[in-house]
Write a protein that binds this ligand. Structure first.
Ligand code: ZN
Length: 74
């Protein structure tokens, strides 16, 4: 069941849901994934992807890690 989310950084409960460009950090490089759904902390600005946003990041990660031939845990 859904529980109220709090900021991972500062613990604030004021989170704004929006779509933004989210940087995906890979070994040796960074990929900016567009229009990822995130909860943004109103206090400190920390971005936390929502479950839908995480799904999108995971898909992008699979595509890019395949292209870059990064070893994956099996
Ligand atoms: Zn915060």
């Amino acid at each position: 069941m859904p529980k109220p989310r709090t900021c991972e950084m500062c613990g604030a409960r004021k989170l704004k849901r929006r779509s933004t460009t989210y940087p995906l950090i890979l070994p040796g490089q960074q990929i900016n994934v567009g229009r990822v759904q995130v909860d943004e902390c109103a206090e400190c600005g920390h971005l936390m992807p929502t479950p839908a946003g995480q799904d999108k990041l995971q898909r992008c990660l699979h595509v890019f890690s395949g292209m870059l031939d990064i070893p994956r845990k099996s």
